[in-house]
Design a protein around this ligand. Structure first.
Ligand SMILES: CC(C)(COP(=O)(O)OP(=O)(O)OC[C@H]1O[C@@H](n2cnc3c(N)ncnc32)[C@H](O)[C@@H]1OP(=O)(O)O)[C@@H](O)C(=O)NCCC(=O)NCCS
Length: 142
């Protein structure tokens, strides 16, 4: 596990593309690289980007940044499918927790993919709210 630097931007882009093609964001969120690149660069500069290095290529990444009062948001967390279940995700969360502590933050918060809930349930995360969305047309028909 290592802190990502500017030279990791290409690897983060590749992993991020894989993440969003496996789990497409909701249609109202623009997660294209063109839109998000400057945010990612900022996260890397602030020391909140982590890369899990495999033998050759990076196998996972996490992005986190201060958001809220005394809190850090875990924005992206992804491990390549063939490397899951071996503690890489847990190690990335640990790196984010250490980043949060260094920032003086008391909490790490995130919006979880439903598929990842069981992973977070094994850690000390507690559900705080549910995100809901409805198509406007359906709301108007209702
Ligand atoms: C969620 C994710 C990052 C976990 O990474 P990982 O490297 O597999 O995690 P770990 O190996 O550290 O797993 C820790 C524990 O959670 C369990 N676990 C991991 N992913 C799980 C899942 N999707 N469903 C159920 N259990 C899961 C593991 O079995 C392990 O349990 P154990 O310690 O008792 O053996 C990875 O599955 C992933 O990239 N998923 C797709 C992207 C995603 O959903 N990211 C989260 C965005 S909110």
């Amino acid at each position: 596990m290592r802190l990502a630097g500017a030279t990791d931007l290409g690897a983060i882009k590749t992993l991020r593309d894989e993440f969003y093609s496996e789990f497409p964001p909701p249609p109202w969120r623009d997660e294209s690289w063109e839109t998000r690149k400057s945010d990612v660069v900022q996260v890397v500069r602030r020391g909140g980007a982590f890369v899990a290095q495999g033998r050759q290529d990076p196998v996972g990444y996490a992005l986190a940044w201060p958001e809220g009062i005394n809190a850090v948001k875990l924005g992206d967390l992804y491990v390549r499918p063939q490397h899951r279940g071996r503690g890489v995700g847990g190690a990335l969360v640990r790196a984010v927790a250490e980043f949060a502590r260094a920032q003086g933050a008391a909490y790490v918060h995130l919006t979880a993919n439903l598929e990842a809930l069981r992973f977070y349930d094994r850690l000390p995360f507690v559900e705080q709210s549910r995100n809901l969305a409805a198509p406007v047309a359906k709301l108007l028909e209702h």
